[in-house]
Design a protein around this ligand. Structure first.
Ligand code: SIN
Ligand code: MN
Length: 265
């Protein structure tokens, strides 16, 4: 799938682009089953909420499940990523955020790129997030809230919160690099807030420097989303020290080849 010039311009201007219903019900059912399979495996890449039982996120899913690996090579995701970053891409990160009914916790306001710059040594924000909705997203189940045009400010340097010191500080509800109230108020004064809502199968494309976050899910409806982050093959990070685990920073940086055919292969 090729993004049109107007779509690319919207992305550049707003920092996000929403495409409702890009995957059909059969494809979503396949992805949901793969998600259930991965979530059943007790592994450090499976992160729990503060209650110690609810699954918060799964990481590195393209490394362990063939359906997820294939998803990352579908033209519907890979081609827009290549257009946006301006050349060949590889999967930098693949996560599934659950935001479970009644128990899914907050994601504080943040930009993604600061984690990758400071944590992984990524030199430039030549990467992009493609988020696939596995559930319908409404105003009730903790949609992603985005501040349009905030990416034009670049990476806003914030002090790291004092956490436990491991990679877990980057994925828990006590986020390592979150934006303060004054900054959020200023950014929202400029760009407002949008929360793209839509049926399962929708895709939200957003910039690594777009300010975003989400509230806890008080509703009885899950809000599962997959997020594939593609990076340019000419922007491979050079870690400042011990690299984070492979399920957070892919080691295979070869350009991805486009898959032909359906998700099932
Ligand atoms: C969320 O799942 O609501 C947050 C996702 C993100 O920060 O990338
Ligand atoms: Mn984020």
């Amino acid at each position: 799938m090729e993004l049109t010039q107007p779509q690319l311009q919207t992305y550049e201007r707003e920092g996000l682009l929403f495409i409702p219903g890009l995957f059909d019900d059969a494809e979503i059912a396949l992805l949901q089953q793969a998600t259930v399979d991965i979530a059943a495996v007790d592994h450090p890449s499976r992160v729990l909420e503060r209650d110690g039982t609810t699954v918060r996120a799964l990481h590195g899913c393209h490394l362990t499940h063939s359906v997820m690996a294939r998803l990352t090579r579908l033209p519907r995701l890979l081609r827009p990523a290549e257009q946006i970053i301006g050349g060949p891409a590889y999967v930098y990160q693949f996560k599934i955020n659950f935001k479970a009914a009644f128990g899914g916790d907050v994601w504080k306001w943040h930009q993604d790129y600061i984690f990758w710059a400071k944590g992984d040594g990524m030199v430039a924000p030549r990467c992009v997030n493609l988020m696939v909705y596995l559930d319908e997203v409404t105003e009730f189940n903790g949609p992603l809230m985005c501040i349009p045009r905030s990416h034009h400010h670049g990476m806003i340097d914030v002090e790291a919160a004092r956490g436990k010191g491991g990679w877990q500080d980057n994925v828990s509800a006590d986020l390592k690099y979150s934006l303060d109230r004054e900054t959020i108020a200023r950014l929202v004064g400029e760009g407002g807030i949008v929360a793209p809502k839509g049926p399962r199968g929708s895709v939200l494309i957003f910039h690594p420097n777009l300010a975003h976050g989400s509230t806890p899910n008080l509703s009885p409806w899950d809000r599962t989303m997959m997020i594939v982050t593609y990076n340019s093959v000419s922007n491979v990070p050079v870690p400042p020290g011990e690299p984070r685990p492979e399920f957070l920073v892919s080691r295979d940086t070869r350009p991805l080849a486009m898959a032909e055919g359906a998700l099932t292969g």
